[in-house]
Ligand binder design. Structure first.
Ligand code: GRF
Length: 256
């Protein structure tokens, strides 16, 4: 962010984009003072793209499926991709055999290189993952996180991390019989939903609640929490520090 100009955020979505909508609404009513510079998706049919279009926000698609196909066809890898470096840093595929790991990382490098190129024109300060259902590898993360003290990728997860990482947080919470559910906003690191926690919000799971009720309660919390966490970032109030060997986020008091 330069001078007094607004922070530029990019948003990535894979699906309906209700979190994107919550962020756009917070901007529209003046609760969040940022510029949504672009909305991108791995999925050409993502409903979130239409929401962005309607709001006049530029959109782009990085079609992961098509780019994985190019890898299978033997298209060249990005020139700046080094398998050994990325493999040494990643912690998404622990214990997998070398061939599977290579395929996993090379395919994603093809897609992530295109994603990075699509983001360049928008000069974003922060990338917000709002229901973006793809993991990001160190190839992508390191390209954005050039300052270790100021991570630039934020994700929302539908569970109270570190419980229930993965793709079905509310489902896992419900099936485990939890009496409390919640959502978490965190910075993205090399693991799956393992980065420093910025904010969390919880709700009770009452007798008679089914999975749909849990999702409904959870989404309502997400829509409130996510814009709030982005606001803290825009106000420069998130400080990443090391505490007993773990990187955690300190929330700084409001500035006068
Ligand atoms: C949310 O529950 C989010 O936490 C999860 O996927 C869902 C996306 O919802 N990662 P939407 O696309 O924002 O409506």
């Amino acid at each position: 962010m330069k001078g007094n100009s607004k922070m530029n955020i990019g948003v990535l979505v894979s699906g309906g984009g209700s979190n994107l909508q919550a962020i756009m609404d917070a901007v529209a009513v003046g609760d969040l003072d940022v510029n949504i510079a672009c909305v991108g998706s791995d999925n050409p049919d993502a409903g979130g793209l239409q929401r962005a279009d309607k709001a006049g926000i530029p959109t782009f698609v990085t079609d992961y499926g098509a780019l994985f196909g190019r890898w299978r066809d033997g298209a060249p890898l990005p020139e700046d991709f080094c398998l050994e470096t990325v493999a040494a840093r990643q912690s998404l595929m622990k214990g997998s055999d070398p061939d599977s790991l290579r395929a996993f990382l090379e395919k994603r490098a093809m897609a992530e290189s295109a994603l990075l190129a699509a983001l360049v024109p928008y000069k974003i300060d922060l990338l917000v993952l709002a229901g973006f259902m793809r993991v990001l590898t160190p190839y992508f993360i390191d390209a954005l996180n050039t300052d270790p003290n100021r991570p630039r990728i934020m994700n929302i997860h539908p569970a109270l991390l570190p419980a229930f990482p993965g793709t079905d947080g509310y489902g896992d919470t419900f099936r485990y019989g939890c009496k409390v559910g919640g959502c978490t906003v965190h910075f993205v690191d090399y693991g799956e939903d393992s980065g420093p926690i910025i904010g969390q919000s919880s709700f009770s799971i009452d007798p008679g609640d089914d999975l749909d009720a849990v999702k409904k309660k959870g989404l309502a919390e997400e829509w409130r929490l996510f814009p709030e966490c982005i606001r803290l970032y825009a106000e420069d109030r998130l400080n990443v520090v090391e505490r007993e060997g773990t990187r955690v986020v300190e929330i700084l008091p409001e500035k006068d």
